[in-house]
Design a protein around this ligand. Sequence first.
Ligand SMILES: NC(=O)C1=CN([C@@H]2O[C@H](COP(=O)(O)OP(=O)(O)OC[C@H]3O[C@@H](n4cnc5c(N)ncnc54)[C@H](O)[C@@H]3O)[C@@H](O)[C@H]2O)C=CC1
Ligand SMILES: O=C(O)[C@@H]1CCC=N1
Length: 275
Amino acid sequence: MNDAPPLAHLKGPILLAGAGKMGGAMLTGWLARGLDARHVAVLEPQPSSEISALATKGIRLNPAAKDIGAVATLVIALKPQSFREAGGALKLFVGPDTLVVSIMAGTTIASIADVCGGSVVRAMPNTPAAIGRGITVAVAANSVSADQRAVADALLRATGSVEWVDDESLMDAVTAVSGSGPAYVFLLAEELARAGVEAGLPQELATKLARETVAGSGELLHRSDAPSATLRQNVTSPGGTTAAALEVLMGPDGMASLMIRAVAAATRRSKELAK
Ligand SMILES: NC(=O)C1=CN([C@@H]2O[C@H](COP(=O)(O)OP(=O)(O)OC[C@H]3O[C@@H](n4cnc5c(N)ncnc54)[C@H](O)[C@@H]3O)[C@@H](O)[C@H]2O)C=CC1
Ligand SMILES: O=C(O)[C@@H]1CCC=N1
């Protein structure tokens, strides 16, 4: 039986452009799953101390372009705005057989191929990737070979689960739901704490209760096979306290309408970033 870690056999070179919050989380996931650090080069003008420390494990941090050449896989984790300025320079690392995996919001396969070439996989991960619990949606250009798709899948799967779609136009709504989604959940923790203080709790206790409630509920959702509606109903005693709160949250200006407007705004913004 082959029990080598999933990325142990992945050959490089792999170049990561942009090792900020998402690029850094992905890099951590790859190394945790056995990717050989010597296969990886990172371009990051402002490396965090964690990223700088990886250089001691064999990763090449900001090597000269001539020492990199065309790579097997280029992962682009720049801000879409930075890509417009800096993307052209990445051409140096793209040859006819280079797989380009982009995680940039709003940036289309056509514009990535146009700016730096290569066979492009466009992906949208999310920050729970940092603990291996992300979810990524990916779409491949027609030019991506089966082998390249398998490499992209392995790299993305190192940070959680992966869903492949065929229709790139879904990526704006995907970004709005799962890419940005963790921020909505963290906001829920903030607002639940604030409401607790408003209801008379000390700040510290309210913050702890809200944080653990969101985290514990997320874990219960993760481990349970039941739909989230069932888990919600399990909390809701007829005529009790939860029912009273849900009457507000599920009322006309409640979560349904708020979430529809929020996701629509993020979807619109993702489309704007493509321009
Ligand atoms: N933060 C998130 O939750 C998610 C972000 N994304 C996408 O990931 C990309 C990066 O986002 P974050 O990590 O949040 O931003 P970030 O600002 O933390 O990371 C971007 C990094 O790129 C670096 N950079 C700037 N110019 C560069 C250049 N010329 N060459 C190499 N590196 C350069 C910056 O120093 C920075 O560390 C964005 O395109 C975003 O749409 C996708 C999914 C989720
Ligand atoms: O806010 C953004 O634009 C990026 C994409 C999804 C999450 N963060």
